[in-house]
Design a protein. Structure first.
Length: 317
């Protein structure tokens, strides 16, 4: 599992050698696993590691015990740690939002404060594949478009999620093998929260239908994210431009304005390659788009004739 996480971090450029990474540690299984994995990188001299914990003031003594647990595990591993205390329920009430929403806003605000204190380059949070699947299901139930199907991104600004390549049961198995204890948040078991109902009532049924349901939803989220990204990479000006896809698609479709057609009389939508493209770049020249190394050949598709419209593209895995 560790090797898979390291490879995932490298694939998504989550950290450069020498970076300071701030681990957000709640004390639960996921964040404790994250801390231990990042500690391995720190011990190897690849990164500098620090930690932050936010005590939301929601669960009374249990919440304070979690803060003490995080402080102690960081002390044992000689990891600098900053603890913040707040009153999430009061904040949510004052701002007329759910406690979940209020706690999240406060939490990420404190993460940024800790990052400034430690001069951290990245903030690592412990979302895993189950969290991503739950997010997708929640968005579908609430109503969403393509963006909502993207789930949780591996990287967003300075936030990184190294555990998005593993399932919750893998994390718990890892901690059991390490003999590492962690905190149990009783609010994660109650069905008062929508996410918990998805976690405990919906996702288990889907896994009964197919044991790889979580993995399949994460694969679909990755494809939706790629599609969203490439659709947003519309290029309409400049004579020459390199477009970095950031992933390796199976085929690419180039399309233009609905009212235009390619100068060779082809339909507006053109499938360029059905096999995996060996290059990750599209080049747009004055003559049109050129896909480099599609199989063993280069192919050029002209832009719209006299309308001056450049063709956009969509890439799928």
């Amino acid at each position: 599992m560790q090797k898979r996480i390291m490879a995932f971090m490298k694939e998504h450029h989550m950290a450069e050698e020498g970076d300071c990474i701030l681990a957000a540690v709640s004390g639960g299984a996921d964040s404790v696993c994250l801390l231990l994995i990042l500690q391995e990188l720190a011990q190897a001299g690849k990164i500098r590691l620090c930690a932050v914990h936010v005590e939301h003031g929601i669960r009374g003594e249990d919440s304070r015990k979690d803060a003490c647990f995080v402080e102690e595990i960081c002390r044992q591993h000689r990891i600098p740690c900053k603890i913040f205390h707040c009153q999430a329920m009061e904040y949510a009430r004052a701002h007329k939002m759910t406690v979940e929403e209020g706690a999240r806003i406060l939490r990420y605000g404190f993460f940024e404060q800790a990052a400034e204190i430690f001069r951290a380059d990245r903030i690592a949070v412990a979302h895993n594949q189950n969290d991503c699947a739950e997010t997708i299901l929640f968005h579908l139930a609430r109503g969403t478009g393509l963006k909502g199907l993207c789930g949780i991104p591996p990287v967003r600004d300075n936030i990184i999620r190294p555990l998005l390549c593993v399932k919750r049961r893998e994390i718990e198995a890892f901690l059991a093998a390490e003999g590492q204890i962690f905190c149990q948040d009783k609010t994660n078991e109650t069905l008062d929260y929508t996410r918990n109902r998805v976690r405990h009532q919906i996702l288990p049924v889907l896994e009964e239908i197919n044991s790889e349901a979580v993995a399949h939803m994460n694969q679909a989220a990755e494809q939706a994210a790629e599609l969203t990204y490439t659709m947003g990479s519309y290029t309409g000006n400049g004579s020459t431009q390199n477009i970095h896809l950031g992933f390796r698609p199976r085929f690419v479709i180039i399309f233009g304005d609905q009212s235009s057609s390619l100068s060779n009389g082809s339909p507006t939508y053109v499938a360029i390659a059905s096999e995996q493209i060996s290059s990750q770049r599209l080049f747009m020249t004055d003559e049109g788009f050129r896909v480099v190394k599609v199989g063993e050949s280069n192919r050029t598709f002209p832009r719209a004739n006299d309308s001056g419209i450049y063709y956009n593209f969509i890439a799928f895995r």
